[in-house]
Write a protein that binds this ligand. Sequence first.
Ligand code: UD1
Length: 420
Amino acid sequence: MEKLIVHGGTTLKGRVTISGSKNSSLPILAATLLTKDVCTIRRVPDLSDTNYMTLILAELGAEVERASGVVVVEAKKIKSTAPYDLVRKMRASICVLGPLTGRLKKASVSLPGGCVIGDRPVDLHLKGLEGLGAIVTVDGGDIVVNAKKGLKGSEINLMGKHGSTVLGTDNVMMAATLAKGTTIIEGAAAEPEVEDLANFLIAMGAKIEGAGTHRIVIEGVKELHGAEHTVIPDRIEAGTFLCAGAMMSDGLTLDRVVPGHMKAVLQTLERCGFPIQTTKNTITIKPNPDAKGFDLTTQCYPGIPTDMQAQFCALACAINDTSTITETIFPQRFMHVAEMKRMGANIDLQNATARIRGGNALKGAPVMASDLRASAALVLAAIKATGRTDILRLYHIDRGYEHLDDKLSDLGANLERVKE
Ligand code: UD1
């Protein structure tokens, strides 16, 4: 295992190019299973999660080639069973369930367990596939889906008690592309990554309208063909660098971003008083020593993403004011708080609301990365802190940030990756 040693107290400056979106790449790679033709996906970030997904595709029988961010998949003949050994390593492997069901009318995929950010149910994914006429059972820890007589379009509501489900919407949309008749998904997730997947499916010959809204209409087709697609920029990586820019930079410019995907994040930063300038595909943020605190609540898109909550928590520690953060999507997702407190942060956590009194200097300490975004927040806090911070369990960051340490080093951070 590796750890990251951060020598804090440096100021960042310069430009950083944002990678392709992890959360788009995973379902888009899974969607290549829907056709026997060749698909080419560009700007797939080099991450352990995308690596797992290519391994799962290969295990299912697809030929996969990967070089310089381009993944070429040919899924001529595939199996319907996704092996537990690979699936258990990444919760997002659940998104092969929809394409397997769509193409083969049967699938067996291990049920993902809970994880550190809370209970992660898949009831809505299963409800959606049942709505298309599949019979779903759980047997020996596997989700077993059967639709011998084929899938049939219908009206399905995927709204859950914590809002819409991103991968659940993806799964049902992918399966519905090859169902008979029309499927209407009400309460669909409207995240840009769902729209990106829909655009890839449309390029493959699917008939989809309304992706990017809460009502998606899919008219089933007989088969899909190969296609090429370029993945959208990662708005969570971009948001993480914006928080870094606000906390400790002389000005930071993000290249290859879509500012329109980040309105809630940009508005929150602007309300704090951080000057922001955008062009069609760049965002520049400048520091403000008199920035005000903020009150934010995580929400489904277009609200503040839960995947930005921990990084905003790090930012709040650096603002000389009080901020509050309420988590509504994954209410237990506050593992970073205890670690930040080890660095001297003043955070009071009550249920799913953190009250952060910022402004007191953070001090380096050994800390433990617990999940992907929490780890990124610890890296930000460590650069801001004085002294040395050792961040253990670095593999969490490698799941979802492409070359984060290199990118931060290029901006002036003092980091080293060493064996634990
Ligand atoms: C995706 C993202 C993840 C992000 C999350 C919420 C990917 C690969 N991952 O995860 O980074 O944090 O969206 O934006 O895109 N729920 C149910 N039943 C279900 C499914 C979900 O109750 O069947 C609940 C979840 O517990 C959670 C909420 O719905 O409270 C949203 O989860 P969901 O959008 O499904 O998360 P993922 O798609 O797994």
